[in-house]
Ligand binder design. Structure first.
Ligand code: PMP
Length: 366
């Protein structure tokens, strides 16, 4: 069996050694006589699995004790609605920084679900410059009375990433969509009120969404909120008010153990910085044959969009890269061109193979 180098933006590549372990345990998990997909979420086996997953995630990210970790469903998209429904009371307001397609979707959904109840405001946007950079401090106007300010710290489509040390200094609670770069680098969780991420990029299979929320934000939802959407109820029930996505939680837990074996997030960050460097050097050194439009300081280490100077070569690039075992390089339809997503589970050898292909393709077509 030969595996492709999978550059998909998500669902994305998973670590081969995790998949091997899943294969080994698929029919019989640790002598239970059945696999994880088949066992009760209330049994002692699954309880051990979810507790270990939470403990490992807490250790990896250094999550302080006054934060709850929730394993939810509905994807990051559901969080676009669930966040304002939980955190915005009648007449209150929230601020959103809009730096790409995903934060734009987040603000739209918040406006939709809070229409007539609370105000949802754009406190800064880079849309006029094509979402090719993060906001500068002078472009951000956060209302000090806002219930929260929402930011997407890695825009998966536009390839714009911001380190939390560069977020605005504010007393307003910060809510962050980290779907596409969570666990790719250390993060100071205490700077955030709430962090959320869909699993299918840097955590595990699709189907589970992780929400890390500071305890003082719980219990603010109106009594009319659907029960499964109430963070406080989910926290009280250990994410098991109803059946959680058990298999996705199990595989995510194995990924957390894999990250710990790699040495934790400081080590993982070094590998990611190196992989991204290889690719950006290739793009920037191509004399304009390839181009990444993002301001250098804001370039994502996880999602690298690039265009070919001659778009007539796009189809050949995609066909030939696919034939060379490099898959899912087509850019998002809204921006065109190419995109290489190089999450934690993409080995450095995969990025090297891509760089070699890109150099060869350029030689043959320049
Ligand atoms: N936010 C970001 C940054 C994303 O990349 C995505 C998915 N690509 C989403 C939100 C939406 O996630 P989901 O499909 O899990 O709802």
């Amino acid at each position: 069996m030969s595996r492709i180098w999978n550059f998909s933006a998500g669902p994305a590549v998973l670590p081969a050694e995790v998949l091997e372990q899943v294969k080994d345990e698929l029919l019989d998990w640790h002598g239970a006589g059945c696999g994880v997909m088949e066992m009760s979420h209330r049994g002692k086996e699954f309880t051990a699995i979810i507790e270990a997953a939470e403990a490992d995630l807490r250790e990896l990210m250094g999550i302080p004790g006054n934060y709850k970790v929730l394993f939810l469903q509905g994807g990051a998209t559901q969080q676009f609605a669930q966040i304002p429904l939980n955190l915005l009371s009648i007449g209150a307001s929230a601020d959103y920084l809009v730096t790409g397609s995903w934060s734009k979707k987040a603000v739209k959904e918040a406006q939709r679900v809070m229409a007539g109840t609370a105000s949802v405001r754009v406190a800064g946007t880079t849309e006029a410059s094509g979402f090719t950079r993060f906001l500068d401090a002078a472009e951000i106007a956060i209302d000090p009375d806002a219930a929260y300010v929402h930011v997407c710290t890695n825009e998966t489509i536009h390839g714009v990433e911001v380190d939390c040390s560069r977020l605005p200094q504010t007393t307003v609670p910060i809510v962050a969509d980290m779907s596409s770069h969570i666990l790719s680098r250390p993060v100071d969780v205490s700077k955030y009120a709430l962090i959320y991420a869909g699993a299918q990029k840097n955590i595990g299979p699709s189907g589970v969404t992780i929400v890390i929320v500071r305890e003082d934000l719980l219990g603010r939802a109106p009594a009319t909120i659907p029960t499964v959407m109430d963070y406080a109820v989910m926290a009280e029930n250990g994410s098991m008010l109803n059946t959680p996505p058990t298999f996705a939680i199990y595989v995510s837990g194995l990924v957390f153990k894999w990250l710990k074996r790699l040495g934790g997030l400081a080590e993982v960050e070094k590998i990611n910085a190196h992989k991204a460097e290889l690719l950006y050097v290739c793009i920037d050194g191509s004399e304009g044959f390839y181009r990444n439009p993002v301001r250098v300081a804001d370039r994502s280490r996880m999602n690298v969009p690039f265009t070919l100077a001659n778009p007539e070569l796009d189809a050949a690039f995609l066909a030939e890269s696919k034939a060379a075992g490099l898959a899912s390089l087509k850019g998002h339809k809204s921006v065109g061109g190419m995109r290489a997503s190089i999450y934690n589970a993409m080995p450095t050898d995969g990025v090297r193979a891509l760089v070699e292909f890109m150099q060869d393709f350029r030689k043959r077509n320049a």
